[in-house]
Design a protein around this ligand. Structure first.
Ligand code: PAF
Length: 261
């Protein structure tokens, strides 16, 4: 019989968000493998790949300290020993995050496939911060009949509201203030009563910060990633740049309680 094993896939630069994934993993198994691999296939911009923070030694200490039982930091050759045929993330992989980053989700699926084949986990934990990634991976796992259960982990925010991300370390104090427009816009938009007003509020708040360069902001339906038509199962997505640092975040619409007459 296969022993339960949880995989926490990461690209390193471990922060409290990753540690929260390890905490969740403990509910599923005593065997927790945390992988660290900066996957070149999912970076369309060589500069972004070069600047991606790398700190395997510190990461290892942090992850083991938090309860991971094995750290796997493979080389490129281990992951891609032969010519790579990338997996296809489909139409949803070319929207939003995938529209401006050609091949990004194909690269994500390709590496996740390799990680799963190597580790053979029973469970794999992915953060909701990369909501589109989570959606695409879940769909692909279901379609391919893989025996891995994908577990979604909630977004972890700093006290000021900024969603934790390895890229945040590249923000100056000033940039960080500007970046807070994202969580502010999401909070306000998701408390609107309709998706139409949520969309308007999202764009209004985001455009109030001159240092924020918008890539996309949309309210989508969580079941199909189409623009939402009602607040039920709707989620606001935002991505953009502050001083050259790419940031993304999302938040579920808080559906108002039904009025009982
Ligand atoms: O979310 C990430 O850190 C990466 O996209 C993942 C899932 C580890 C694949 O490289």
């Amino acid at each position: 019989m296969r022993q339960n094993k949880v995989l926490v896939p990461t690209m390193g630069a471990i922060h409290a968000g990753h540690l929260s994934l390890i905490e969740i993993a403990k509910n599923y198994s005593t065997e927790i493998v945390l992988s660290i691999f900066v996957n070149p296939l999912q970076f369309e911009d060589p500069d972004d790949l070069a600047k991606y923070p790398r700190s395997v030694e510190v990461d290892t200490k942090l992850a083991l300290g938090a309860g991971a039982t094995e750290i796997w930091a493979p080389t490129i050759e281990e992951i891609y020993p032969e010519k790579v045929i990338t997996l296809d993330s489909g139409a949803i992989g070319r929207k939003y995050e995938g529209a401006g980053r050609e091949g990004h989700f194909d690269g994500v699926l390709t590496v996740v496939d390799r990680l799963f084949k190597h580790v053979q986990p029973t469970y794999a934990i992915f953060g909701e911060k990369d909501f589109q990634q989570l959606f695409i991976i879940k769909k692909w796992v279901k379609k391919s009949g893989m025996e891995v259960e994908v577990i979604a982990a909630p977004i972890i925010r700093d006290i000021d509201g900024l969603a934790l991300s390895s890229r945040n370390s590249r923000l100056s104090a000033e940039d960080r203030k500007s970046a807070l427009v994202i969580s502010r816009a999401l909070r306000q938009a998701t408390h609107e009563r309709s998706v139409e007003s949520a969309r308007d509020r999202l764009h209004d708040v985001l455009s109030s910060e001159p240092s924020f360069q918008l890539d996309y902001a949309e309210i989508i339906n969580e079941d199909n990633f189409e623009p939402a038509t009602s607040a039920r199962k709707a989620r606001a997505l935002v991505a953009g740049w502050v001083n050259g640092v790419r940031l993304l975040d999302n938040m579920a619409m808080s559906v108002p309680a039904p009025v009982i007459s």
